[in-house]
Design a protein. Structure first.
Length: 217
């Protein structure tokens, strides 16, 4: 029985399975999950969709099941203005999508209504071994009202089962409504106040200079 529960921070990590006496090192087991989310916090922008690519490789001779499920946590996890969907492809994604046709793992769903049940990552009743290419798409409505300092962590749980043993993985992705550069409203407000203060000081100095010139004319 091949059991997998992947736990990683934007990289692939294989964890021990209680059904196995020994587990191969990370990246060498029968199930390898690689996330392209990067190691930084990405920005959510109203009206835009953030795409999180994940590759799931089952290097086995046979699979009985290949399941996945998406969950979220953080201040933005309760927002109904942000939706998520998951699609898979049996080949690498191209510029125009999935050439053979994508499989809908999770239809667009508000974050506060994500299902707890896990679903098949491939079409058909029996998954094929090899690599399955996932896209987790997180979309923010153009009129979304989200806090300027909101945060969100997405977790993609993956499980494979088969007769050849197992490993497991759960990559995570960090998202925020703040820009990566650190520019935020408090910072912008401070800059604006500083500019106004400088302008007032300059205006006051100009008036004093004019008075001095009149007095000594």
């Amino acid at each position: 029985m091949l059991g997998a529960v992947l736990l990683a921070a934007l990289t692939a990590v294989a964890l021990p399975s209680p059904a196995l006496a020994a587990t191969p090192p990370p990246g060498t087991g029968p199930l390898v999950v690689t996330s392209d989310g990067g190691d930084i916090t990405h920005q959510l922008v109203p009206g835009a969709t953030f795409v999180w690519p994940i590759r799931v490789t089952a290097d086995v001779g046979q699979l009985d099941s290949l399941l996945g499920g998406l969950s979220v946590r953080g201040g933005l996890a309760r927002s109904d203005d942000i939706t998520a969907e998951v699609a898979s492809c049996t080949v690498a994604w191209a510029a125009d999508g999935c050439p053979p046709g994508e499989h809908r793992v999770l239809a667009p769903t508000p974050l506060d209504r994500l299902p707890r049940a896990h679903t098949a990552l491939q079409a058909g009743t029996v998954p094929r071994p090899g690599t399955t290419y996932l896209e987790v798409r997180i979309h923010v409505a153009s009129d979304a009202r989200i806090p300027d300092d909101g945060s969100l962590t997405a977790v993609m749980w993956v499980d494979a089962s088969g007769p050849e043993g197992g490993a497991s993985s759960e990559p995570t992705l960090s998202l925020s409504s703040l820009a990566d550069t650190g520019n935020n409203l408090p910072g912008a407000a401070a800059i604006a106040v500083g500019a106004i203060a400088a302008g007032l000081l300059l205006a006051g100095a100009t008036r004093l200079l004019r008075r001095w010139r009149r007095a000594h004319a």
